[in-house]
Design a binder for this molecule. Structure first.
Ligand code: HEC
Length: 196
């Protein structure tokens, strides 16, 4: 009994020491060997990617960059490119072609009024007469066109949509700020409320 116990005790001590050694080995081998690495890599490429990172130099491309610009002509998903340019001919063409397909109702007109107040009123004025606060206060010196002129009374909503989208003369484009639906609602508001 006694000797058996001894043998058992010793082998327990031995295996305990052995386990300690293994744990110590694993812990030590996992230690940083310098401050810039996380330690050993057991599966090398899973820690340090063999691929180039987005913002690093890259000898494989002519411009030496990893992140390449999109192919010319690429457009964001869902975007419909605008077919007309900021020229007099294109304005006439757009006015003759583009049709407002939104329903003329209170909700759309209210949205148009709101957007007009945000994007147009400061120059073209509350009533559309071209006497907006920016112009009246002389902060903006070029006279904003009246949206109530004979010419504008005769022009369709597509004409206003076009001017909002690409601008006209000295007026800058607003297409990048106002989404297409809201441009139509502004045009509707000008036609159906301001010009009435
Ligand atoms: C920063 C001032 C400014 C803002 C904001 C502005 N416009 Fe203009 N707009 C002008 C000026 C100035 C002209 C005249 C441009 C010219 O003749 O060179 C003009 C011209 C126009 C014309 C053409 C008028 C014509 O007789 O041919 C329309 C239509 C028009 N604006 C609508 C709008 C609408 C709608 C908005 C809002 C989305 C808007 N504008 C925002 C300054 C502005």
């Amino acid at each position: 009994m006694n000797s058996k116990k001894n043998i058992k005790g010793r082998s327990f001590l031995q295996s305990f020491t052995f386990s300690l050694l293994i744990v110590a080995f694993v812990l030590l081998s996992a230690c940083d060997y310098n401050r810039r690495t996380t330690g050993w890599q057991y599966f090398e490429d899973m820690v340090t990617s063999p691929a180039y990172e987005s913002y690093t130099a890259n000898p494989n491309f002519a411009d030496g960059k990893t992140m390449q610009p999109p192919v010319p002509g690429t457009i964001p998903r869902g975007m419909v490119p605008y077919a007309y340019e900021k020229t007099d001919e294109d304005r006439v063409l757009a006015a003759a072609t583009l049709v407002n397909e939104l329903e003329n109702n209170k909700t759309n007109l209210q949205r148009g009024e709101k957007m007009y107040g945000v994007y147009c009123m400061q120059c073209h004025g509350d009533t559309g007469d071209g006497q907006g606060p920016l112009y009246v206060n002389k902060k903006y010196t070029y006279p904003p066109a009246s949206l109530l002129s004979e010419k504008m009374l005769a022009s369709p909503e597509g004409d206003i949509y076009h001017v909002i989208t690409v601008g006209h003369g000295i007026m800058a484009e607003h297409g990048s700020m106002i989404r297409p639906e809201d441009r139509w609602k502004i045009a509707m508001y000008v036609k159906e409320v301001l010009q009435k």
